[in-house]
Design a binder for this molecule. Structure first.
Ligand SMILES: C[S@@+](CC[C@H](N)C(=O)[O-])C[C@H]1O[C@@H](n2cnc3c(N)ncnc32)[C@H](O)[C@@H]1O
Length: 362
């Protein structure tokens, strides 16, 4: 490949601006850059000597430069990525000096490889306190907004969770799957004791602060056993989050039984209320939507007062009616989920990401 680095003359300033503001390329950078032509003119007239342009057969394909005195920055046009152009630019640009540094995003593996290939070593870990949504995205749980089927719930939880972030809380999640949300809690809540309940054995995710338990939330017996276990060790939770079967019957059965385990002022979260809109026959985790579930769905249950449910005992209903302080339902209006015929919803609507935060009286 016939590559050459040339001065960043005025004719290339617009190329640099378009590259830096390109949406495909933004992800690799720490900050989103909104640069106008005028701003670029002003910036480049002062700083063009810090940049070089990489030409391939006389056409610009990337730039490399210095920011903040010694930090190297580079960018390759997306049509020419993975062809060694980044490596070429960094090698040529830095060959006469040893005093450069580069700050590379943890997820930007391509750039890390470029520097490592040239003998650069990881020297500093850039530590950033991530919010709950960012932590979810880091561990690839679908509560975040970056997962391919992300529900985007995490930003609704952020204000609530950030209040208890550093406290010695106890939390419980129903539905463990690959352990992504347990890892998220472990990282985000450094002092939390975490319980993960699942129909399947998830012991593999246990550690010093994570405990798991097999529990089928469709079975009264399992829920009662868990209540007895909690009573026997005086276990109460700052929050319980139901991300298990998503079946409306199980959601209400579980809430009816476990709400009394929430500490005063704590929270009970029921995720994926989109299942309340499933049409007859839709199946999830082997549970089929029935007419009774449609008529008594969880969104209806949470919306009516006094609380009444086909699947909750009179005694538990009375407790819930006395102890619920507020309920907030968050509906992403299908911002995140792709349309899927598999989970067909009433009125021909696509499946929506809906979650709820139920606050207990203090
Ligand atoms: C959506 S995944 C949980 C994802 C996880 N919370 C996360 O954010 O990474 C649902 C989990 O619920 C479990 N599950 C399904 N039916 C269940 C039931 N009846 N009782 C308990 N867990 C159930 C499944 O085994 C699966 O691991």
């Amino acid at each position: 490949m016939n590559l050459v680095l040339v001065e960043c003359k005025k004719e290339y300033w617009e190329f640099v601006r378009l590259l830096r503001t390109n949406s495909q390329i933004q992800e690799g950078f720490f900050s989103f850059a909104e640069i106008t032509k005028e701003q670029q003119e002003i910036f480049m007239s002062k700083n063009h000597h810090r940049y070089k342009i990489c030409l391939l057969e006389n056409n610009p394909v990337g730039y490399v430069g210095i920011i903040n005195e010694q930090e190297i920055t580079y960018c390759v046009h997306s049509d020419f990525s993975n062809q060694g152009i980044g490596t070429y630019m960094v090698r040529e640009f830095t060959k006469d000096s040893k005093n450069f540094i580069a700050i590379v995003k943890q997820e930007n593996i391509g750039s890390q490889r470029v520097f490592e290939k040239l003998g650069w070593q990881k020297h500093i870990y850039f530590v950033k306190k991530m919010n709950f949504n960012e932590t979810c995205n880091y561990y690839n749980t679908d509560k975040g907004d970056k997962h391919p089927y992300g529900n985007g719930y995490a930003s609704f939880y952020d204000p609530v969770f950030s209040e208890m972030r550093s406290k010695h809380i106890t939390l419980c999640e129903i539905g463990v799957e690959q352990g992504n949300s347990l890892k998220t809690y472990y990282d985000y809540f450094p002092n939390a004791k975490i319980y993960g309940l699942d129909i399947a054995d998830k012991k593999v995710f246990e550690n010093d602060r994570i405990t798991t338990r097999i529990l089928d939330q469709s079975k009264e017996k399992d829920l009662d056993e868990f209540l007895n276990f909690c009573d026997s060790c005086n276990l109460q939770f700052d929050f319980i989050l139901d991300d298990g079967s998503h079946d409306v019957e199980h959601q209400q059965l579980t809430f009816g039984k476990l709400f009394r385990l929430i500490k005063p002022g704590g929270f009970y979260i029921i995720e994926d209320l989109g299942s309340s809109h499933f049409v007859l026959g839709v199946e999830l985790y082997g549970n089929v939507q029935t007419q009774r579930k449609i008529n008594n769905n969880t969104i209806k249950f949470l919306s009516q007062r006094p609380f009444d449910s086909f699947w909750i005992s009179k005694e538990n209903l009375s407790y819930i009616n006395d102890c619920v302080a507020s309920i907030t339902i968050f509906d992403t209006c299908n911002k995140y989920l792709p349309y899927s015929k598999e989970y067909e919803c009433e009125n021909g609507y696509p499946l929506r990401s809906i979650t709820s935060i139920i606050k207990k009286k203090g």
